[in-house]
Design a protein around this ligand. Structure first.
Ligand code: ATP
Ligand code: MG
Length: 651
């Protein structure tokens, strides 16, 4: 059998019996119903027709045999000479193969796969063409559908700007990019395609192998879900919600990953802000509760102490003038006085102290106190004051505000054992309707004290304003400094804001309600001039042979913001004076064994003729023949008496 035998087939399609070999071929070709198989003569006219051809093209054999096969072509293709070219190619190359639109009898188009082969017989040579046509309309439609879907998906992905949707190849290299990805991550398509997706991770995560782990999880579990910090092109961080799905080929192999990233920074930030607000509320409520408790206790204690003090005064009058008894009384009074000092600060914290708010020019107030402060702090802790010339005045109790500043400056010094700059500054700030630090809208002056010292960890910071919280050790700090400030500022209608982190220093801000500028110059300079000496830190040599009194006096001084140096005898006092040239004044007890207070002052003046001195004496202890200047402080003395004595000798 060869190709030539096909040409001898009967065009009517009737098989003869018994079946010849040709007849069997005829049956075979006819049985093929999904291919049109027919022959053309050399000119391209149809010479036979099978069932498949009839089904495909709609013509019966008697309608089409003898007609030119260009009837199956579209008008355009015919005009372009395609049928003729097809035959030429088949004849010259041995095969013409093509997919294209063809036309059925009813005019409907179908997508056909066409093969044309020349038929050559040994006897007659090239006698015509065999033509096979397959209807690929279904496949073509499916492909077009697929393409349309792909296109739709592409359009969909390309129009999404809220999500980064992109693909990775199996190694994690970026292989597609959408505008959302460009918007969120900042890279253009050209920049990022072909780069590894670990580019988006923080260095920490990269080093910890997070990118590879994410792909591994996606591979193993069919999906990776996660949330974490990622890095934009400009280096900024954003909180990303990430989904990674593996993409499988038809054989099940993973050929890449689909990655969807959402920027949830705002949501996370909102959540953090909410948590912070809760924490602040909790802190405020806690301080409030402690304040009420402290206030109650302080108030009761104050009354108790008043009762004790007045009883002691009465006792003093009724008891015999025995120095031993009197000394015991002195101690009791001293203890009670110290208690009064403490309860005063507790009342301040509880916002129950009596305040006299007046107009205060903060720069003048600060300058009025820094000179003396600076002298007592020493050169290792320079105080730098920075105020704009036109800073608003505030409404505050000047004395209390000084106490607050003093406390903050002493805290700053304590945070810098080896010295460092303490900056006191002020600025105007307006709080808008949205509020800030829980403050109502309005103008404020922010007075701040900052130091580059040790700073506080989060735990210490959160407790710093609690009354009695101190890290300074027994006898060194009362832990009432910041709590007093907190109470004071709240009572003045402002806010105390403490910012600190470990190793990075501390900034304490006093937000005080500003007062509109007065017509006349502020009277605050006068206020500054009225500063009681008690508010100016001095290095005081305290000498007393009675340990309790010594501790009490030192504590009172410290409580006033001074720096006491303690000596239990006149001899020890002289030694200290010798080794501490920064000592500003001496405060000594009179009645001491071996060397009395008066003798101590005389000896001290031999070395430092001008050193001021305070002599604390009980009743009738003092000799009559003293011929030098000193301040006599009657025992028992209150803290205010002590402050007055200090201001008298220092002025
Ligand atoms: N500038 C600062 N730097 C570092 N820690 C500070 C600073 N200010 C305060 N603190 C911390 O807060 C605590 C409480 O301070 P606060 O002024 O209330 O009490 P105190 O200084 O310990 O005692 P007192 O004020 O009676 O001398 C301190 O013990 C310290 O741990
Ligand atoms: Mg303090």
């Amino acid at each position: 059998m060869n190709a030539g035998t096909i040409a001898n087939m009967d065009e009517t399609g009737c098989a003869e019996t018994p079946l010849t070999e040709d007849g069997r071929y005829r049956l075979l070709v006819d049985a093929i119903t999904d291919h049109a198989i027919y022959m053309l003569d050399l000119d391209g006219r149809v010479t036979n027709w099978n069932t498949g051809a009839q089904r495909l093209k709609g013509y019966r054999a008697d309608e089409i045999v003898g007609r030119h096969f260009s009837s199956f072509y579209t008008d355009e293709d015919r005009a372009a000479g395609l049928p003729r070219r097809a035959l030429e190619i088949a004849a010259s190359t041995g095969k013409f193969e093509q997919e294209g639109w063809r036309v059925r009898k009813d005019g409907e188009r179908f997508w056909a796969h066409v093969t044309i082969l020349p038929i050559v017989t040994p006897e007659s040579g090239h006698i015509g063409y065999a033509k096979l046509t397959r209807d690929l309309t279904e496949r073509q439609r499916a492909e077009a559908d697929l393409m349309r879907q792909d296109q739709q998906f592409r359009l969909l992905v390309q129009s999404v700007t809220d999500y980064a949707i992109y693909m990775l190849d199996a190694d994690g290299l970026v292989s597609s990019w959408n505008p959302g990805a460009a918007r969120i991550k900042g890279y253009s398509e050209q920049e990022i395609i072909g780069r590894h997706f670990e580019t988006f991770y923080t260095e920490e995560d990269r080093l910890a192998g997070a990118p590879a782990r994410a792909l591994e999880t996606a591979r193993r579990e069919g999906r990776f879900l996660g949330e974490g910090w990622r890095v934009r092109r400009d280096g900024s961080h954003f909180r990303a919600n990430v989904v990674i799905d593996p993409i499988h080929a038809s054989d099940g192999q993973i050929i890449g990953f689909a990655k969807i990233t959402r920027d949830v920074t705002e949501r996370v930030e909102a959540q953090i802000a909410l948590e912070q607000a809760h924490e602040q509320l909790f802190q405020a409520q806690k301080l409030d509760a402690i304040g009420r408790l402290t206030g109650g206790i302080a108030h009761d204690f104050n009354n108790l102490l008043m009762a004790i003090l007045s009883s002691l005064e009465l006792l003093r009058k009724r008891l015999p003038d025995d120095p031993h008894v009197q000394r015991l009384l002195d101690n009791a009074v001293m203890g009670a006085d110290r208690g009064v000092g403490l309860t005063q600060r507790m009342l301040a914290f509880a916002r129950r102290q009596h305040l006299k708010p007046v107009r205060v020019a903060v720069p003048a107030l600060v300058h009025g106190m820094t000179d003396l402060l600076q002298r007592s702090l020493g050169p290792a802790w320079p105080i730098e004051a920075r105020f704009p010339l036109d800073l608003c005045n505030v409404k505050a109790d000047a004395n209390q505000l000084e106490m607050a500043l003093l406390n903050l400056i002493v805290n700053a010094r304590d945070a810098m054992p080896d010295g460092g700059v303490i900056t006191v500054s002020g600025r105007d700030r307006v709080v808008g309707a949205e509020g800030l630090h829980g403050l109502p809208a309005g103008p404020y002056v922010v007075l701040s004290v900052s130091d580059p010292g040790t700073g506080m960890d989060a735990e210490t910071l959160s407790r710093a304003t609690e009354p009695f919280f101190t890290t300074k050790g027994v006898g060194k700090g009362t832990g009432l400094g910041l709590s007093m400030i907190h109470g004071l500022i709240e009572q003045l209608g402002g806010k105390f804001v403490l910012q600190s982190s470990l190793g990075e220093g501390t900034t304490a801000e006093l937000w005080l309600p500003a007062m509109p500028a007065p017509d006349a110059p502020a009277k605050a300079t006068a206020t500054a001039a009225n500063v009681p000496a008690a508010a100016r830190p001095l290095n005081v040599l305290v000498v007393d042979d009675d340990a309790l009194v010594l501790i009490n006096s030192a504590a009172l001084l410290e409580d006033l913001g001074h720096v006491p140096l303690e000596a239990a005898s006149a001899e020890a006092g002289l030694t200290l004076l010798h080794s501490h040239p920064e000592i500003d004044l001496i405060m000594t007890d009179q009645a001491m064994p071996n060397v009395t207070g008066v003798e101590l002052i005389v000896a001290a003046r031999a070395e430092r003729p001008d050193i001021p001195a305070i002599l604390a004496t009980g009743y009738g202890e003092l000799p009559d023949d003293i011929d030098f200047k000193f301040f006599k402080l009657q025992k028992p003395f209150s803290q205010i008496d002590l402050a007055r004595a200090l201001s008298a000798v220092i002025a």
